[in-house]
Design a protein around this ligand. Sequence first.
Ligand code: GAL
Ligand code: ZN
Length: 675
Amino acid sequence: MQFGICYYPEQWPEDQWELDARMMQEAGLEIVRIAEFAWHKMEPSEGQFAWDWLDRVIAVLTGAGLKLVLGTPTAAPPAWLTRTYPELLRVDSSGRSRDHGTRRHICLNNPTYRQHSGRVTQAMAQRYGQHPDLIGWQVDNEFGGGGTARCYCPACAEAFRLWVQARYGEIEMLNEAWGTVFWSQTYDNWAQIRPPSDQIDKPNPSHVLDYYRFASDSVVSYQQEQIEMIRSLSPGRFVTHNFMGMFRDLNQFDLARPLDFITWDNYPTGNTPRWRPHLVGTQRDFRKLEELNPQHSTLRTPLAWDTGDPLITGMAHDLMRGLKQGPFWVMEQQAGHINWAETNSAVRPETVRLWTWHAVASGAETIVYFRWRAALMAQEQYHSGLLRHDRSPDVGMVALQRLRQEREQLDRVAAASLAPVVALLFSYDDLWALQLQPHRQGAGYLSSLFGFYQALQRLGIPVDLVAPDADWSRYRLLLAPTAHMGTPALAQRFTRFVQDGGTLLLGPRSGFKTASNLVTDTPLPGVFRDLTGVTVTSWQALPDGVTVNLDSSIVTGAAATWVETLQPVDEGVKVWARYRGWPGEGVAALTEHGVGRGRVFTLGFWPTDFQALSLIATIADGLAQPRSTPLPDGLLAIPRGEMVVLLNFTAGPITTTINGNEVTVGAVDCLIVNG
Ligand code: GAL
Ligand code: ZN
């Protein structure tokens, strides 16, 4: 593995570069990422490039032995560009145009913008593409960041018209696909189509879903232009982008596809409060559940105050690894306090070290810390760096020095195999469709996944979060907590997976929609009916506090939040859980259907954390070696080759057993044991 640093030489006097480079090298840093916001310094006025400063800083940094990652500067368009061509400013859904003064304030579909961003990318790649110390490129910076994934400007309106035309061919087909007969929305020709901007009532969910897809495709096509330019002018170097973990507004699988590998920006203390509301839905409180089931108590000590939630960070790592089903980098690793959360908590060196270990254990090959030195100016003055404002070492630097001493173990873990046999299906179409019509608050798409994710982690089972069109051949168990859109292609892929010996779990609200976000007119679960061997005879959202008792040897307690009644339509279907009382005495709530060499479990209700845990413990048995007792809360156990990396995110030591041996992991500490 390798250590790197994000550096902004343009923010510091030139006479400090030498010192910075020497200190980086002395600190054990090997890679430096620069330039991703320096457009104005590279091109001070239209067509006039100024490379001398960048030449010099590259010479200084590489002279100190650092390898270079260059970011294209297109997330920070200069004022001369937006003042000369104001039409390329981004427009939000209420028609408000954004202005210069921050970043990402432009429209990626604007042809003038593409021309200028292409020009600067090309010039940069021409100048530095063959530099012997250049190892790779980061295209742009955090696509979609700051709520900029979707633009509603005239250029986007025009591009959207072409996009729907290519998708539907005839306006009648679009009308059918969107169900526009409803409220007289019918379109007579393509010219009438607009982006779904702020409207009086709820916009049409088929229209909006297509706009989300279009906006995501737009970023993918924008990225592609830069990738192609860089590949042709800078052969042999990687091309990547820095992703944002559980970010919801772009199809990150599509964006990842053309890249050599993905990188992401990991800020645990900021991302935990940012993502928790989406990930933690109803009935998620393990603590309450433990009161009901004290024999299954897992909670020992509270999480440490500065670590963030390891399950939330972990799910992001596992999605980022799943984007390309392979290793990744952390391009920006939080190395101290940040500046953009509500409470920008202090962070201790032990915590930065634990985050680094967590990332490496999860498949990160390189950790690039953000940022070298805290900024004296502008928006991120309150953000930490490895160095404080006054150049003295901050907590991240202390952590890095400790990590350097652990380099051998880090390398050993990074080189060990990481091969989950369990996959969790992740679909942006399903996420968006349910975001548009949640029907039941607290029962969102991400929280349905998180319920199973936490169960897997507590059982010590590693998992990849993968796309509906990913290669599933390496997995034995595939979990689809909500396969909301029942496309025939997905039904076929599921069927093949199961016929070949895989185990599939299909959860509630599956097969409900068509690809254009209409409801299927066939009995539920629609296209998955043959596969599951059941029909969903009714579905209901339950208000808080209303539960239905369950009779089952696998899942105890009561169903809450959402219930579907299952009616076996195939003789071979085994019933593992039944409802007691409304909505149907003795009606099936969990079934199993053998298909080919595999089996399909169909779950009719929204499980609590505890129920998801019991369910996974049962169906993963024999497939993925679930632990017999769940791991204590706040402890992760990540298997790598012959080793298990134990990571304790709590405020106190934790003692547990790993393969029959008792081990103790200190507070905010990690331990490698033999698996
Ligand atoms: C990231 C961004 C960086 C910096 C950082 C601060 O999202 O890519 O440029 O703003 O956040 O935490
Ligand atoms: Zn636009």
